[in-house]
Design a protein around this ligand. Structure first.
Ligand SMILES: Cc1cc2nc3c(=O)[nH]c(=O)nc-3n(C[C@H](O)[C@H](O)[C@H](O)COP(=O)(O)OP(=O)(O)OC[C@H]3O[C@@H](n4cnc5c(N)ncnc54)[C@H](O)[C@@H]3O)c2cc1C
Length: 485
């Protein structure tokens, strides 16, 4: 393993090859640093990756990952590494009831935040009472919400007269599923943020993006980008401990593959891996408080069922499946047409799936198949050729009331060591956008330390239409390095 900084070029070691680590590493390489991106596994992507699944002999994503137009830092990262054109965008969302009746939601010519109203008014999936309840809730969420409110989304929905249909078919399925947690555990400001970004600010902010290639192929662009700038990815190198040398003002990182010397260290790890690393750093005042923050975080699982059929099941690219345990259907044979399948490949996603995750493989696949047949009758005549179940038990962190106090900024008690990771203080829930933001925030702090500050964080998308007149009600916790001091 090489390392060190023989030349005057400053060096950074970024730990973790997830979206946070990759976005920090690429931004820093672009800013002129020599970067080592150290990854425990043999591939990039972290919780958003793909691999050859031995059971089905196919390269599959650990789970379908979607992004939205408002994910400005993730999109900025994709542009930086040259893969933005591999994202397929759609403004439409199809909801299907058991039995097959469809509702299409999506934008119209009306200005934001009214652009979704015409389709909502004609939606079969909601009764008139549901529609009125939703309209009331949306307008209430336009008003300022104190960022430190202790009210959870479930309590707020009950207080705001939401109907059973609105709760089950919209709030639970769309919003709680986007935040991957139960309604009663979601802090209201996070729910309000999702509503504003996805449904109110503009049609562009709410349009949904899906990769047309497997996730690791998408993120392979990051390695090329780094190599072209004299930086490198170090695979299969679990970061075990690090020591700071005050004289040389450098960090020595100890990994399973050897040692690495650098001027800066950026751990971009999940919260539990950060918690394992901290006790293996030199003692520092404030380390205990950081450990205390880490202990407040909790995981939520996501399961996905991957099914290969001998024939086409649906012409839809994706759909929201109502009133059943499976929540989302992604038609991977359409989204990834290069697969050139004779039949079709569907992925079903079950969010916040603590009950589903407890099932055996056979039970889970049987359940998914029988539910899928209620939405798409062709399933009954089709032959299932192969199937895979992926349980991601540590998929995302929850965002209960008060969680912001447990999300640290990039600056730490240690010199030249800055944190990233989706769970750090970005103001965003556990998403690739939060990870990309955290990476960009950490990169900004590193640049500022060298006396060459640089704006790396992409600005938020500006609200359009009438939303330009609405005062921002949800305070963002995402700050640039200037505010972190
Ligand atoms: C099933 C599932 C579905 C999801 N769906 C979506 C979605 O639709 N949209 C969305 O935006 N987000 C989604 N997410 C969340 C999203 O994947 C994460 O928020 C994001 O990828 C986190 O990125 P990260 O870089 O912060 O962390 P990670 O991706 O966890 O990256 C951390 C990296 O550090 C490595 N590592 C750990 N310990 C060490 C060590 N000691 N030394 C070296 N390396 C180490 C890990 O191997 C990993 O590669 C989903 C997540 C899952 C699991």
């Amino acid at each position: 393993m090489n390392g060190g900084s023989q030349s005057s070029q400053q060096t950074v070691t970024v730990l973790g090859g997830g979206v946070a680590g990759m976005s920090a590493a690429c931004a820093l390489a672009e800013a002129g640093f020599r970067v080592h991106l150290v990854e425990r596994r043999g591939y990039l992507g972290g919780r958003a990756s793909s691999y050859l699944h031995p059971g089905v002999n196919e390269v599959i994503d650990n789970c379908q990952h979607v992004l939205f137009g408002c994910c400005t830092n993730l999109i900025g990262f994709y542009r930086r590494i040259g893969v933005a054109d591999r994202i397929h965008w759609t403004g439409e969302m199809t909801m299907i009831e058991p039995g097959g009746r469809r509702t299409r939601l999506g934008p119209s010519w009306l200005p934001a935040p009214l652009h979704g109203i015409p389709r909502l008014l004609s939606a079969h999936a909601f009764t008139l009472a549901d529609k009125l309840a939703l309209a009331r809730a949306f307008s209430a969420l336009l008003r300022p919400i104190p960022i430190d409110t202790t009210e959870n989304l479930g309590a707020w929905l009950r207080r705001n007269g939401q109907t059973h249909g609105a709760i089950e078919r919209f709030w639970r399925l769309v919003i709680a599923s986007a935040l991957n947690a139960d309604l009663d555990t979601i802090a209201l400001p996070y729910a309000a943020k999702v509503i504003r970004e996805l449904f109110m600010n503009s049609a562009e902010a709410g349009s949904m993006g899906m990769s047309t290639v497997p996730l690791s192929e998408l993120y392979a662009g990051a390695e090329q980008f780094l190599n072209q700038r004299g930086s490198e990815v170090v695979y299969n190198a679990n970061a075990e401990s690090a020591q700071w040398n005050e004289q040389s003002r450098q960090w020595t990182l100890v990994t399973r593959r050897g040692e690495l010397l650098s001027d800066f260290l950026v751990p971009a790890l999940p919260f539990e891996a950060t918690g394992k690393l901290l006790p293996r750093l030199p003692p520092a005042e404030g380390a205990d408080a950081l450990m205390g923050q880490i202990r407040k975080h909790e995981h939520w699982p996501i399961c996905s069922v991957h099914l290969w059929f001998d024939r086409e099941i649906t012409d839809l690219e994706h759909a929201v499946l109502l009133d059943r345990e499976i929540h989302w259907m992604y038609n991977k044979s359409r989204l990834q047409s290069w697969r050139k399948l004779k039949g079709s490949y569907l992925e079903l996603v079950i969010s916040a799936s603590r009950t589903f995750a407890a099932r055996s493989r056979e039970e889970a696949i049987a359940q998914a198949l029988s539910e899928l047949a209620e939405f798409f009758p062709r399933v009954k005549d089709a032959t299932l050729e192969k199937a895979a179940l992926i349980k991601e038990v540590r998929a995302t962190f929850g965002v209960p009331p008060g969680i912001d106090a447990a999300r640290p900024h990039a600056v730490t008690p240690w010199p030249n060591l800055f944190l990233a990771g989706d769970w750090t203080a970005t103001g965003w829930p556990s998403t690739m956008e939060s990870a990309a933001r955290s990476g960009h925030l950490a990169a900004e702090v590193v640049c500022a330390q060298t006396g060459a500050p640089r704006a790396i964080l992409s600005p938020d998308m500006k609200p359009r239409g009438l939303m330009r007149l609405v005062k921002t009600s949800v305070q963002h916790n995402s700050t640039s390095h200037h505010a972190q001091r």
